[in-house]
Design a protein around this ligand. Sequence first.
Ligand code: FAD
Length: 494
Amino acid sequence: MVRTVPGRTDRVVVVGAGLAGLSAALRLRGAGREVTVVERGSGPGGRAGRIEERGYALDTGPSVFTAPELVADTLAAVGEKLEDRVPMVPLETTYRAQFADGSHLDVHADPDAFAAEVEALCGPGEATALRGYLADLAELYRLQLSTFIDRNLDTPLDLLGPQLVQLARRGGFGRLSRHVERHFTDERLRRLFSFQALYAGVSPYRAIAAYAVIAQLDIGAGVWHPVGGIAAVPRAMAAAAADAGVTLRYDAGVRELELSGSRVTGVLLDDGDRLPADAVVVTVDRPETLVPGFRRLRRPVYSPSCVAVHVGVRSELPGQAHHTISFGEAWREVFAELTRDGRPMTDPSLLVSMPSRTDRSLAPEGGQVLSIVAPTPNLDRHSGGNPDLDWTTLGPRYRDEVLAVMEARGWTGLTGAIEVEHLDTPQTWAAQGMAAGTPFALAHTFGQTGPFRTPTLPRRGPENVVLAGSSVQPGVGVPMVVISGRLAAERITG
Ligand SMILES: Cc1cc2nc3c(=O)[nH]c(=O)nc-3n(C[C@H](O)[C@H](O)[C@H](O)COP(=O)(O)OP(=O)(O)OC[C@H]3O[C@@H](n4cnc5c(N)ncnc54)[C@H](O)[C@@H]3O)c2cc1C
């Protein structure tokens, strides 16, 4: 039996209007609770942020949007349809993978088109391997979703069952790098199916093969573009919540949770207001800063961080894809630099997104918006990061370097065409209170995944405070935090 919050839970306060908080709020409202969301920022979204300037709309958080059905399910909790709030466009080309040898591979959502592309570039043997691998990924994901991801886990014993055995039989606990090497001989395909380990904050040389499933979310099941950009998603969730009767308070930072015995009875805001509460959902990055008695994991390992350069450019940049993974020549070294040596990548691999390629509402006529995300070490030495990197001076230099790499890899004329620009570095995330200066929270090492990651109802701390967001189960990224909101709500509603 999953543990739940005992006693009255009529009035719930949700701290944070990011995707996790909004997901929890919609579920709770759907189950008839009186819900107030308090957010210190001036609008919804949290890490899924938005800057609008001179006609350019820059999404400053996630760029790769997967599993829209999870948001659809969340909206359905209050009787709403996703398509009425945010139309979703499936991308025909999930990614363009650009390699250092000058070749590129378009990853198509249609498996036949993808296999044909692989056959043309890597030969018929690899195309056959691809078909087998994609089928395997889908099955691995199905096994993991029900065991590890889509449920509240209180102890490792909750995992025991036939599905865990099947996962072990399929090699899910070996190394991801070896798993991929066994299936593919072409180095380019090996990279394409292992770079996603970085989304989980681990090197493919250390990650267990079970994380291969992250490639099911993007390459297997496809990537979508929410019309109006990714920020349209939290905005739609907030609007649906408000229409369903949730109270949303912005510019309302929470200072303290008021404890009475083993329960929190009120939420104190920075402006002195007090909101009475029967239960509280906390979605902040570091729950230990707010929840009395909560203990974080011992010796936590955090994911690498990133430098994100967001630009609006007065240039068409013809021929570029919506999402490009631009691989450098270096690979093993990249992970050593990011997760062991605490050094920025010397030969960077970058994720470049140009959503205005699909959605012209995001840029003025003749312009484009781009997000360039370069993974960097975080600021925590124990996690292989580097607290001595001074991003105040390093940030602008690194931005210049990244743009020079982009020009050299085919985005000719990009730098000179920039009209608006925004730069985030590990220092930005640290200033926002995120642990280790990373927006990607605790890494998905084996010891910080599934039942070993902080549960949505911690064992220590007040009995009526539940957690959601990327620091807790199931983990990091839009699909996971949306699920975490549901899991948190279920701790309250039963
Ligand atoms: C550059 C970047 C790229 C990314 N790329 C992807 C991607 O491509 N795909 C993907 O799936 N994911 C991606 N992610 C990760 C994804 O954005 C996050 O995992 C997710 O948005 C986290 O949501 P959350 O609700 O848990 O946290 P948050 O969005 O951080 O929400 C927490 C909220 O709590 C508020 N808050 C904090 N303290 C208080 C307080 N004391 N009082 C009141 N409110 C408070 C914060 O202001 C914030 O709004 C990316 C993130 C970044 C930054």
